[in-house]
Design a protein around this ligand. Sequence first.
Ligand SMILES: Nc1ncnc2c1ncn2[C@@H]1O[C@H](COP(=O)(O)OP(=O)(O)OP(=O)(O)O)[C@@H](O)[C@H]1O
Ligand SMILES: [Mg+2]
Length: 261
Amino acid sequence: MKIIRSRTLGSKWIKTKILLRNKILRTFVPHTRLYNELNLLYMLNKHNMVYVKPVIGTFGQGVIRVKKLSAGRYNYQIGTVSKTFNSYRELVHSLNKAKLNRNYLIQKGIRLLTYRGRIFDIRVMVQKNASDYWEATGYIGRVAHPQKIVTNFHNSGKPLPLETLLGAHIKEAEKKKNYIDQLVRLGNEIAQQFSRSHPGYKEIGVDIGVDSTLKPWILEVNTSPDPFIFNQLKDKRMFYKALRLARLHGRFIARKRTKRR
Ligand SMILES: Nc1ncnc2c1ncn2[C@@H]1O[C@H](COP(=O)(O)OP(=O)(O)OP(=O)(O)O)[C@@H](O)[C@H]1O
Ligand SMILES: [Mg+2]
């Protein structure tokens, strides 16, 4: 196995392959293919709903949800714009114009749980601490804007305590706690897996989508995760911890101003 020293990694495709090398983690990765017209047709026939995402992308920019409807019809949504087509040809023609000039991948779409009618997903933050051990420092839920298909804060998503969002789906407090513990363990396992080939990584932020059977799915692993999302919570403990460890790794350190002469 090639060992890579860099500290961050942009390509969602390479990150997916790292996860697929692990027998346990593999079962949490939605089926993924690189984008081309044949693969899109295959993925739509298999899953009916897919997400088409730039291989290198942030903030949910350029993310498209594509659906196969009945009677040979198709639909896609990007931002708040939704379009429906009467044939696969028309869909692809329009998609090719809507896509940014980048490589894309296609991922099985997860029917995410909702909170007050809006989809949400989960961010779990795992960072190396001062003793060089991976530690899960925070978790938070992110609710999508009602007209959007992504939950990103930079895309009008709303960060809320995960306990609140899971409330309607897992009633018993003890069960909810156990469920969150399971997500935290998943985050830790992902950090270990990335460390094997990329020992330079110090921090990861895992985006987890949960379906109606409560199965967690790894939507994405970020290698330069934003600690400031936790500042949205009233309880600042996760924020302080995550920011402290981000600083330990050289991020968000205010530079002292020196007078220019
Ligand atoms: N397979 C999927 N099924 C359901 N929802 C998805 C799927 N993939 C992505 N999403 C939604 O789109 C959002 C953005 O996707 P993703 O996290 O992969 O890219 P990104 O946010 O642009 O990248 P980054 O997190 O590095 O900024 C996710 O947070 C989630 O809300
Ligand atoms: Mg993301």
